[in-house]
Unconditional design. Sequence first.
Length: 272
Amino acid sequence: MILVSGATGNVGHNVVTQLLEAGEKVRAIARNPERLSFPPEVEVLRADLTEPESLPAALAGVERAFLFPVPGATEGFLAQGKDLRQVVLLSSISVDDEEENSIGLMHLAHERALAASGLKWTFVRPGGFMTNDLAWVPGVKAGVVRAPFGAAAQASVDERDIAAVVAQALLDEAHAGQIYRLSGPESLTVAQRVRIIGDVLGQEVRFEEQDPAEARRQMVTYMPEPIVDTLLSTFEGLVGTTAPVLPDVERVTGRPPFTYASWVAHHAADFR
């Protein structure tokens, strides 16, 4: 039995689907399992990593687990899962940043907790998620996407590729002890991504540069200020650069990662 936490998320949902396609027995857990829609073969349970009393049932009979970490709850999960054969952790490429930042430090703490647990581990460190661009849906519908640092480049990665690497790591213990750094197949600026969205949807979508101070005022309404400041500082540092394209998606899965255009086509209904 494989446990998938955070199963309502973009990555977790795809991990469940891909493990099921591989013929594995899967248990999906979430705080709000009523939001889950899986085939009947998937065992769905309500569990919350911040509620230790919900974890024994979630972990019963489980051999391997995908951990979508929750701040302050990782150590408790690992203590209750001390008999697990392997844990695959969703981390972040920000752990590799030369300068310390709040996002990297948060994920590094989860990695260190898992490494210290004595369990076999695999760290999956994606860069920017393509799904972050779903925040542009209202702008796409209006025909104008406003964002700061339009010349900032990223090689953002499709959630299906992140899930594919996670699934492979869960299916083969040869991946234990490995750290996988994930990107998409191309370096694209914010403005280029907006143009691709319009091209794929067959509609006019214009990019408009947003003042970073205005963006910050909006972002702090739904994200902690240290995270917002780290993100904006990171984006500013990416202006005029070319993002590195990393090989681990293809190395692990045996196929190239999905392009940004293919991701947009996959989410066309969301944008429309």
